[in-house]
Design a protein around this ligand. Structure first.
Ligand code: NAD
Length: 352
């Protein structure tokens, strides 16, 4: 068992990173958490107001590609673990502008690895955990699951850049014996999810009685996991995983996109006192995303077998709580939905 004393979390102002920081600080009092985040459109310090005065927590605004900054932080804060979330994470954006994905996801990861390698020479117990995605495995047919042995076959510039980063992580273990770990998780949902992503986008648009854009025929399948279960899995891999290994994370919870949208519509109708089926009338099928992967489904048996992880949320409970969180946090949504986000949304979906 590895017990970190000072953790560098990259991208901690984003969706999963901020959820992880809440989870980790609550369960590891006395362990320092330094959050390095450049605050792109997706980074929001409002996600972290509940911990901003915690003496164990520090925020540093900066770029993971800034090698001197990263080296200084590792040294100054005596970091013994890096949990690396920082990324450009939205597939649609990677289609309209792939360069930044290569810079942040590939070069950024390599910069962190290189600084970590040098830092770890003085700190043999150091660990580096790369947070990645099932999208690196490509697309599945109607049956079968991604295992850790599935060959990488990314189809979007986003997933290709994450696969590139994962391979660098592997290389730093094989070449330099840096103690790396690599997790690959299915789609996450939960609080603090940026409203461009499917579930919060639908909640937001249902509230505003705006059309609900669904790609293609809506039959693409995704495997959904609550972000708190993802956070717990990452902590477990960091503390108990064998360096050099990859761990898939998922909750065996496959849904067709259209069925998720219908479920959110129905739960929202109940909460808003609308008549049954009212919100479903807002569903609008739009032109499919190019290279849209048909199905992702993850086999997380290794994580369950070797590290005893199990998801704690049923989807029924998780999705209901998530909807209630968005309804109770309209101020957060309104803020995120302003400015840069709105411009992007207009360019992507027009005024529909
Ligand atoms: P996000 O887009 O919400 O957050 C990314 C964060 O990284 C933002 O706070 C942003 O400001 C920060 N960032 C971007 N470029 C940076 C840079 N150069 N330097 C420092 N910080 C930078 O993403 P997310 O959905 O929270 O995903 C986090 C990680 O988890 C990503 O690596 C993603 O690939 C992976 N992942 C996401 C999902 C999912 O369903 N969202 C599933 C599996 C894996």
């Amino acid at each position: 068992t590895f017990t970190p004393a000072s953790v560098l979390v990259t991208g901690g102002a984003g969706f999963i990173g901020s959820n992880f920081i809440h989870h980790f600080l609550a369960g590891n009092p006395g362990c320092r958490v330094v959050n390095l985040d450049i605050l792109t459109y997706a980074g929001n310090l409002k996600n972290l107001t509940a911990v901003q005065d915690n003496p164990d927590y520090r925020f540093v605004r900066g770029d993971i590609c800034d090698a001197p900054l990263v080296a200084t932080l590792l040294e100054e804060e005596r970091i013994d673990a890096v949990v690396h979330f920082a990324a450009e994470s939205h597939v649609d954006r990677s289609i309209t502008g792939p360069e930044i994905f290569v810079r942040t996801n590939v070069l950024g990861t390599q910069t962190l690895l290189e600084a970590s390698r040098k830092h770890a020479e003085k700190l043999p117990d150091f660990r580096f955990l790369q947070v990645s995605t099932d999208e690196v495995y490509g697309s599945l047919g109607p049956v079968g699951y991604f295992t850790e042995e599935t060959p990488l076959a990314p189809n979007s510039p986003y997933s290709a850049s994450k696969a590139g980063a994962d391979l660098l992580v592997r290389a730093y273990f094989e070449t330099f014996r840096l103690a790396t770990l690599n997790t690959r998780c299915s789609n996450n949902y939960g609080p603090y999810h940026f409203p461009e992503k499917l579930i919060p986008l639908m909640i937001h648009n249902i509230l505003q009685r705006q059309p609900l854009p669904v790609y293609g025929d809506g039959l693409n399948v995704r495997d959904w996991l609550h972000v708190k279960d993802h956070s717990a899995a990452i902590e477990r891999v960091l503390k108990h995983g064998t360096p050099g290994e990859v761990f898939n994370i998922g909750g065996n919870n496959e849904w067709k996109n259209i069925d998720i949208v219908k479920l959110v519509c129905d739960l929202m109708d109940e909460r808003l006192g609308r008549f049954p089926g009212e919100s479903r009338q807002l569903i609008k099928f739009v032109k499919d995303r190019p290279g849209h992967d048909r199905r992702y489904a993850i086999d997380a048996a290794k994580l369950k077998r070797e590290l005893g992880w199990e998801p704690s949320y049923t989807f029924e409970r998780g999705i209901a709580e998530t909807i209630d969180w968005y309804l109770a946090n309209q101020g957060w949504v309104a803020e995120v939905a302003s400015g840069a986000y709105r411009e992007y949304y207009q360019a992507q979906y027009g005024n529909r």
